[in-house]
Write a protein that binds this ligand. Structure first.
Ligand SMILES: Nc1ncnc2c1ncn2[C@@H]1O[C@H](COP(=O)(O)OP(=O)(O)OP(=O)(O)O)[C@@H](O)[C@H]1O
Ligand SMILES: [Mg+2]
Length: 228
């Protein structure tokens, strides 16, 4: 098992301290969800993890050669490429180009394969972006509010697919969200980010999740109280 270590990491933007002395170790084989309100520093945390940003102080240790894939808060598709071509860009060089069909099907975009991003709805663009990220075969996928633009049912379905896939392929995920249900549906480990620190931690059992089960309703109450 490999880990990513945040050792006393702080991040400031001018006088504003966004993350304060974070000391946490993330297991790259599980799904870690960082849960927090808007503006609490979730995207900043992911950007530090991805190496897109440097901490103001502290050190971050990543396993050598760890292959990271990142799905941003916005879809970031190339407007001059079709849906299929955008997803194909994610494939590693040696992968079978036919794999694109599998990813298109998984995110239910087979019928939209030859359309350009401007012809897709916001949710469809986000699904294409998800497929492109999954196609990368990365060991660890970083996801920033990946399902924010989706309707309830599509979101629930993709969360289920992602969870099954993560457990089967043993890929790690670090996902940030402000959505408590999403955290409960996907996370093996939940960390609540509040006022720059991890205020609370929760571990959830493996397997699929029934958000309406008494255990998860209880967990949701407790998370909402910790966030408030
Ligand atoms: N490049 C930057 N320069 C200055 N301030 C920044 C920068 N990036 C983020 N911030 C500030 O850091 C704080 C945390 O921002 P961040 O984007 O990490 O929040 P978030 O938790 O992802 O929010 P949301 O849920 O709305 O996406 C905000 O107050 C934001 O204004
Ligand atoms: Mg954000």
């Amino acid at each position: 098992m490999s880990t990513i270590e945040f050792c006393h990491i702080s991040k400031e933007y001018g006088p504003r301290r966004v993350l304060q002395d974070l000391d946490v170790s993330l297991d790259t084989g599980e799904c870690t969800v960082i849960l927090g309100k808007s503006g609490c520093g979730k995207t900043t945390f992911l950007r530090l993890l991805a190496g897109l940003e440097e901490p103001s102080s502290g050190t971050l240790k990543r396993p050598a050669g760890l292959k990271l894939g990142m799905m941003f808060q916005e879809a970031r598709l190339f407007p001059w490429l079709t849906c299929r071509q955008n997803i194909a860009l994610g494939l590693p060089r040696r992968a079978d180009p036919g794999e694109v069909d599998h990813w298109l099907q998984l995110v239910q975009l087979t019928d939209a394969a030859d359309q350009y991003p401007h012809q897709l709805s916001g949710g469809m663009q986000q699904r294409a972006s998800l497929a492109r990220t999954l196609a990368m075969h990365s060991q660890l996928i970083l996801m920033d509010e990946p399902f924010a633009a989706l309707d309830y049912f599509t979101r629930a379905q993709l969360q289920q697919e992602l969870r099954t896939m993560q457990q089967q392929l043993k890929r790690g995920i670090v996902l940030v969200t402000h959505n408590v249900d999403e955290a409960l549906a996907l996370g093996d480990r939940l960390l609540i980010l509040r006022q720059g620190r991890f205020a609370r931690e929760m571990h959830l059992p493996p397997g699929t999740r029934d958000l309406l089960s008494p255990e998860l309703i209880k967990a949701k109450r407790s998370l909402l109280a910790a966030l408030a």
